[in-house]
Design a binder for this molecule. Sequence first.
Ligand code: GLU
Length: 303
Amino acid sequence: MQPAPVPYRGRFAPSPTGPLHFGSLLAALGSWLMARRAGGEWLVRIEDLDPPREVPGAARAQLRTLHAFGLVPDGEVMYQSRRGEAYQAALDRLLASGAAFTCHCSRADLAVAKGVHRACVAHARRPDPAVRLQVPDGTSIAFEDRLRGGVRQRLDLEVGDFVLRRADGPWAYQLAVVVDDAEQGITEVVRGADLLDSTARQVFLQQRLGLATPAYAHLPLALEADGTKLSKSCAALPVDDADPVPALRRAWVGLGQDPAVLSGLRSPQALLAAAVCAFDPEALASAPASFAAAHNTDATGHA
Ligand code: GLU
């Protein structure tokens, strides 16, 4: 008998560092569309790993915004701040197998090697060492991104032994994301292209932990008009819970989709229903890798 096919499961994983802005909406809508189009589930995970960077109330506000936009998760929201035991268990396994090691290097030690850790240097032992994953010489990770094509990275030369638990205590994003994508049974990770660069690390960590590697699709990146990353300026302003339709239209166009199929639709629910039917993954695959996200304009460019 053939094993039953694994059902598609996608996710959106915001960090609660502020209200949801247009770049996050693009990742939310893109991952939701890919999941719905595949007849699969869509989950939300709050990546609240880094208390100093968190804004109180931001996670609740982000979830409220998703609801206002009609993007409703299919299961319980996962919070990374409650997942310490699972991260510890993964770390213990890596330490026990010798794949991870305790590192006493300081920032100054690393600066000499341009931030790429290849070997611990002789120095004072710190009371709060970091834990790193060992990346052996010659480690080359290749994966196929559904939207960006084939990607290969020499992890030893470009990244080095990377942090799993930081010296000041918090779990590193790379460890948490890998453990949680596996725990939630994510079959395809759909997120912004700013995270393409992290993916090889995550694939390597999955290999070290004996976890399956999901499929990956890195969405086009919304940029400022001058081509720089969305910052606190107008394009990065929070999306408006009271008026979701214009932002949904802009995100749809950013995903390389035809604005005409959504014309005349006035509610987020009607718009999303039409979007699922009309969503064209081929158009998304051929959309530019980045685009200027003008604010306060609708999909036709009118103010
Ligand atoms: N929490 C990350 C962010 O908001 C996203 C992580 C991911 O999708 O893997 O940028």
